[in-house]
Write a protein that binds this ligand. Structure first.
Ligand SMILES: [Zn+2]
Length: 321
């Protein structure tokens, strides 16, 4: 059985302000929590898809705790996205990295009444210290590896163009080598690329497609790419045994529903598209994989299958790309 995952990084709007170097004194009613998450839950439930939501305590308001309960009630997974959503997490001393993970784990487990199993790093940055912390708190998986050369080039350009225009982006690149990682679930030891035949900790990389460029199949590409290009990507991806689509809460927001989107207009390309198109595109992707015989699972379920030797792996000889 082939496996597909959709996961939603619930980054509050203040994270986008930070990426683009926009000063803010905070956001009273974050539309990502009010509209974005709810629409993903509706989309998943309508399609009987089990998804994973990566939640950070950063920008979280206690009045939003009901939405976490809703995620759990619908049978979806809540996973750790760090306490402060600090893009420079991997540059912190190990004890502070530990606090970032442990505090968010405790926050999620108390607020949502769950046991947290996995992690995604803000900005996908990883390090040996970070992986060792994730293992020490009892997680079974990490999903921060983004084997996409085009993503790293785009990110490098964004950081440096911001610098040139006098706005400092909070974004960093911890390792360019991650762009060349594998795209299949693998046991890892020290780093996201340090794969082993056996183990007790799993890396679940996000999906990218095409050799050389490795274009990411993520919410932004699903929404913004021309229809034929998305169709092409889907067609190429169907021979894979594992698809892991990363989306963001903002992907199912409408730029017109809150004035807090105004400073991001022209900076976040997906905000220019209608909500109708966004929902239609995600629906198309879900329909495609279902028709191709993929089964949608949470990342924790995939990690569990890998740990128990029950995950169908890529055919031998199939190339990365
Ligand atoms: Zn994030």
């Amino acid at each position: 059985m082939k496996t597909a995952c959709i996961n939603v990084d619930v980054d509050p709007l203040v994270c986008y302000y930070a990426i683009h170097g926009i000063e803010t004194s905070g956001i009273a009613e974050d539309p990502v929590y009010i509209h974005g998450i709810r629409r993903f839950i509706e989309l998943f439930d309508k399609n009987s898809v089990k998804g994973t939501f990566f939640i950070t305590a950063h920008g979280f308001d206690a009045k939003n705790s009901g939405i976490l309960q809703e995620i759990v009630r619908s049978g979806h997974e809540i996973a750790d996205h760090s306490f402060s959503h600090n893009y420079q997490l991997t540059r912190l001393p190990k004890e502070e990295i530990f606090q970032e993970i442990k505090k968010n784990k405790d926050f999620l487990e108390e607020t949502a009444g769950i046991v947290c199993k996995g992690f995604r790093s803000p900005g996908y940055n990883s390090s040996e210290e970070l992986i060792s912390v994730l293992k020490s708190v009892g997680y079974t998986y990490d999903s921060s590896l983004f084997p996409s050369i085009s993503y790293y080039i785009a990110k490098w350009l964004l950081i440096n163009l911001k610098k040139l225009s006098g706005h400092n982006s909070k974004s960093i690149i911890s390792s360019f080598a991650d762009a060349f990682g594998k795209y299949t679930p693998e046991f890892i030891d020290k780093t996201v690329r340090d794969t082993k035949k056996e183990g007790n900790f799993v890396e679940l990389p996000m999906t990218s497609l095409f050799p050389i460029a490795n274009i990411p199949l993520i919410g932004t590409s699903i929404i913004t790419f021309p229809s034929f290009l998305l169709g092409w990507m889907l067609k190429i991806s169907k021979s894979r045994s594992f698809i892991n689509i990363e989306a963001h809460g903002i992907d199912l927001c409408d730029a017109g529903e809150s004035s807090d989107f105004d400073p991001l207009k022209g900076k976040q390309p997906d905000l220019a598209f209608s909500l109708g198109r966004k929902i239609e595109r995600f629906q198309r992707v879900i329909d495609f994989y279902k028709n191709q015989g993929f089964e949608f699972k949470t990342l924790a379920e995939v990690a569990e299958m890998k740990l128990n030797g029950k995950l169908d792996q890529q055919k031998k000889g199939e190339k990365n790309g």
